[in-house]
Design a protein around this ligand. Structure first.
Ligand SMILES: [Zn+2]
Length: 128
């Protein structure tokens, strides 16, 4: 498989579910977003087990991840809408709406998982 990210890049931390500061400890308890939501109750680890970095930098820090979550939801919605319209050109507006709405619900664990990782990586730099 071709890797499109370097080990010390922010993309590495996002894709590999790593601490944004050391890239060694984990951010979420598991790498599977669905397992993380439905089995681990959707909580991050709180702090890195390798470097002890507190993930919630300030109170209310994760509210900003909602903006990332919104952008990711719009992206997935447009992608699903484009795919279903490429597969079936005669699909109705109501049916398209229903499929896109269901896909938003289906993708929500993924969106939640990656929105927090992207948000924290906007503010925390990698330190060797
Ligand atoms: Zn760390």
């Amino acid at each position: 498989m071709i890797k499109f990210y370097k080990k010390d890049s922010k993309l590495y931390s996002i894709v590999k579910n790593c601490c944004p500061k050391c890239h060694k400890g984990k951010f979420w308890p598991t790498d599977n977003p669905f397992k993380n939501i439905f089995i681990k109750n959707g909580g991050d680890l709180g702090c890195c087990k390798n470097c002890s970095f507190q993930f919630e930098i300030e109170p209310g820090f994760w509210f900003g991840a909602m903006y990332v979550s919104y952008a990711l939801s719009v992206f997935f919605s447009l992608l699903v809408w484009l795919i279903i319209n490429l597969i079936n050109e005669n699909i109705g507006v109501f049916m398209s709406f229903c499929i896109v709405a269901l896909s938003i619900v289906g993708f929500s664990p993924l969106v939640y998982f990656y929105s927090r990782l992207i948000w924290i990586n906007l503010f925390v730099a990698y330190e060797k």
